[in-house]
Design a protein around this ligand. Structure first.
Ligand SMILES: Cc1cc2nc3c(=O)[nH]c(=O)nc-3n(C[C@H](O)[C@H](O)[C@H](O)COP(=O)(O)OP(=O)(O)OC[C@H]3O[C@@H](n4cnc5c(N)ncnc54)[C@H](O)[C@@H]3O)c2cc1C
Length: 344
């Protein structure tokens, strides 16, 4: 490669997506990750791409809506370029209507969705019928058609393959060249926080379980705070725990079994399913709780793409676009609340 326009450090979903968006615009990209692609939070199994509720609208919700609406084309292009499936499907989401108050809220949100989701997706109340539906005290469910899902680990592989097809591979090391984008996940908060009184972000561990259960083509479920994701490969993921205190980033424990028990209580059809995998990772949570994007203050030529927290896969298509706009074209469309400074 003659000369490099952009060095991306970190090959999780943020670094890979930014690298892909830059390559797609013709930039020459170097991608560096000493631990390998998907070795952080992005190497997991859950993959809910689900929206914020359509009410009390703000920049963060709009950014995420845009990203979810971009996802189908984004993943289709990645899959076509690399010939590898990301496991993406926009199959919607079901969640129980627990009581009269939730039902009234659901009707209000249905009206909100008509306007805030730009006529491209619905939020509606439907009767609970069929085997693939969570237990619902009212017999009713909320069905939204903006939610999609993918298989995180497969999505990482799909991006790696797409980049490979364009001549970019993940290197274990390499010098800075051109603009430098730091997409280094929760471990990257240390470097970002140097010289500051408080860390700009922390890691929040999560555990999840993968089951063998054929429900491909069904909507994902959100029940009792759990995401239940029917992957296209005949597995079903259940996530996740949320742990501020932890000793090791990648260990699983009895909390996984508790997740499974809650999932079976809400969805008895999962009882007895074979456990394929228990998995743990650490999410990058910025102090603002929003994605952390843009210039690295005080470090000219360096940029940050971090803070995906619980919705990094959902945000990735739009994060990639906004970062490519900024890094390659100097066009700064980062929402105020997403800037690195928002976590100072
Ligand atoms: C249990 C669990 C369930 C989740 N469920 C969902 C979900 O359903 N939907 C969703 O959208 N999101 C979900 N998430 C969140 C999502 O996984 C994260 O938001 C996302 O993976 C963060 O991506 P990232 O690229 O910023 O970080 P990471 O994936 O952690 O990647 C950072 C990379 O940087 C590398 N690195 C570190 N230091 C350096 C360095 N100095 N130089 C170069 N490279 C470096 C690491 O090796 C790593 O590969 C979940 C997370 C967990 C843990």
């Amino acid at each position: 490669m003659a000369s490099i326009d952009v060095t991306v450090r970190g090959a999780g979903i943020f670094g890979l997506s930014v690298a892909w968006a830059c390559v797609a615009r013709g930039a020459r990209v170097r991608l560096v990750d000493p631990f390998g692609a998907g070795s952080g939070a992005s190497g997991g199994i859950v993959g809910a791409l689900s929206p914020h509720v359509p009410e009390n609208w703000n920049d963060k919700k709009a950014f995420q809506r845009d990203s979810l609406l971009m996802a189908e084309e984004f993943w289709s292009r990645v899959e076509t370029a690399g010939g590898t499936s990301a496991g993406y499907g926009r199959l919607g989401r079901l969640q129980p209507v627990s009581d009269a108050r939730t039902l009234a809220l659901a009707h209000d949100r249905a009206v909100g969705a008509q306007q805030l989701w730009l006529g491209q997706a619905d939020w509606r109340v439907v009767p609970a019928v069929g085997g693939w539906a969570p237990m619902s005290p009212t017999g009713l469910l909320i069905h939204d058609t903006l939610s999609a899902h993918l298989h995180p680990r497969r999505a990482v592989s799909a991006l790696v393959a797409a980049l490979m097809a364009r001549g970019v591979s993940v290197a274990a090391d390499g010098a800075d060249a051109g603009a430098v984008v730091w997409a280094t996940g929760w471990r990257g908060f240390d470097a970002l926080s140097q010289g500051r009184a408080r860390p700009l972000g922390v890691g929040v561990k999560g555990q999840a379980v993968l089951l063998r259960h054929a429900a491909a083509g069904q909507p994902q479920l959100f029940v009792d705070g759990l995401h239940v994701i029917p992957h296209l490969d005949g597995t079903v993921a259940v996530g996740s725990t949320s742990e501020r205190e932890f000793d090791a980033a990648d260990t699983v424990d009895a909390q996984c079994d508790a997740l499974l028990a809650r999932a079976v209580a809400a969805l008895p059809v999962l009882a007895g399913a074979e456990v394929v995998e228990r998995w743990a990772g650490v999410r990058p949570r910025a102090r603002s709780r929003a994605p952390m994007l843009g210039h690295w203050p005080g470090r000219p030529g360096h940029f940050v793409a971090n803070g995906g927290f619980k919705i990094g896969f959902g945000m990735a298509p739009k994060v990639a676009e906004v970062m490519a706009d900024l890094v390659l074209e100097g066009r700064d469309a980062v929402p105020e609340g997403f800037r690195v400074e928002a976590s100072f």
